[in-house]
Design a protein around this ligand. Structure first.
Ligand SMILES: C[S@@+](CC[C@H](N)C(=O)[O-])C[C@H]1O[C@@H](n2cnc3c(N)ncnc32)[C@H](O)[C@@H]1O
Length: 352
């Protein structure tokens, strides 16, 4: 492993610091822009190299002490070494860069919305048990770290972890939850999810005929907005999530168990687009081609795109520009201490 000293210039999406040696970009985790660091190159490719941090030679004033004894080994968190305000600045810049470089969009990005809790926010975690150890796998290596306490998890979740560990569980995966509920997608940080829901509510108009909520899960957004629309249609391919949404559905709520790739087009065909809004909240891979095309073919009056990946968001927005104007993009910190970024984009049809 070749030792190299680097000046960290930036922090890339994904959480690694970026330095340069002999004209080549080197990615180093757990570093901060402005720091001078000693590293060891662990992987060398034609275009870039990966290195591990050996020592911080000149420390950034944004550096702080991580709360977790497993930080740097566990792989779940990337930013515990940064003060929280700086984490927010890093994420803000990453969204701006993605929209500008990938999407070629110059729309100003709103100030990132912080999480009400910096630690102790996760309402569920999945841990693994193997050969007497209970914890998380390291990100790059198949090695299970024995974890007694996870500082980003809620106290109830840590209590469940303590109980699980005390009964020496059989090998396997265990999802520990702050409260019981169906095994379907659910927002992980309650405080930040409330802020997210409020942003989405604020961006959607009132008095519209129809809301199509694609990738709706068990109706997190659909249900909050049902009273504002004559009709709401949720589209979700997880049947259990759809069944959960249907359990307490009002008369104007319809849930379709199917692939957004086909169903968005069906839901929008023949409707009055001038009084129709849509929400899309896809997984990190972003919109499928079918969903993007459906939106281009049926440009709804207002479109709110909730994204957990700025790169795929930027790619999709670049395509959607053919029929939509991007009014705003608002990043939100759903996962403090980690490199994940949530972002809400507000678009309106160019036809209006
Ligand atoms: C990021 S989650 C959002 C869920 C929901 N909006 C919420 O806030 O709880 C994405 C959801 O999309 C669903 N999904 C992923 N790909 C899909 C597809 N092609 N068609 C329909 N649903 C899909 C997943 O099952 C998951 O529930």
């Amino acid at each position: 492993m070749r030792p190299v000293e680097l000046q960290i210039e930036d922090v890339a999406f994904g959480g690694k610091g970026v330095g340069r040696t002999e004209g080549k970009v080197v990615f180093v985790p757990y570093t901060i822009a402005g720091e001078r660091v000693a590293t060891r190159i662990t992987r060398e490719k034609k275009q870039f190299a990966e290195a591990e941090l050996a020592a911080v030679l000149e420390e950034s004033p944004e550096r702080t002490t991580p709360k977790c004894p497993y930080f740097g080994r566990c792989g779940g968190c990337s930013y515990q070494h940064m003060k929280y305000k700086h984490q927010l600045q890093v994420k803000q810049k990453q969204v701006e860069n993605a929209l500008r470089r990938i999407g070629r969009l110059n729309t100003p990005v709103q100030t990132i919305v912080s999480s009400p809790q910096e630690y102790g926010y996760r309402n569920r975690i999945t841990v693994h048990a193997d050969g007497g150890r209970v914890g998380y796998y390291r990100r790059d290596v198949h090695e299970l770290i024995d974890v007694e306490h996870c500082p980003i998890a809620a106290p109830e979740v840590n209590q469940a972890l303590t109980e699980l560990r005390s009964r020496a569980p059989r090998d396997g995966h265990y999802t520990l939850r702050a409260r019981s509920g169906p095994r379907v997608f659910a927002q992980t940080n309650d405080g930040a999810a409330e802020a997210l829901a409020q942003i989405v509510e604020r961006l959607l108009p009132t008095g519209h005929h129809l809301l199509v909520d694609a990738y709706c899960g068990s109706g997190f957004f659909t249900k909050r907005l049902a009273a504002r629309f004559e009709r709401v249609v949720g589209i979700e391919w997880d049947r259990l999530a759809v069944a959960t949404a249907e359990q307490n559905a009002g008369a104007n709520e319809t849930y379709i168990a199917g692939d957004a790739d086909l169903e968005v087009n069906r839901a929008l065909a023949g409707v009055d687009l001038g009084t129709t809004s849509a929400i899309v909240d896809p997984p990190a891979t972003g919109l499928s081609a079918g969903t993007r095309n459906a939106l281009l073919e049926h440009p709804v009056h207002t479109l709110v795109y909730v994204s957990c990946n700025p790169a795929t968001l930027a790619r999709d927005l670049a395509v959607l520009q053919a029929q939509f104007t991007l009014l705003s993009a608002t990043p939100l910190d759903m996962f403090p201490q980690t490199a994940e970024i949530e972002c809400v984009a507000h678009l309106c049809s160019k036809a209006d």
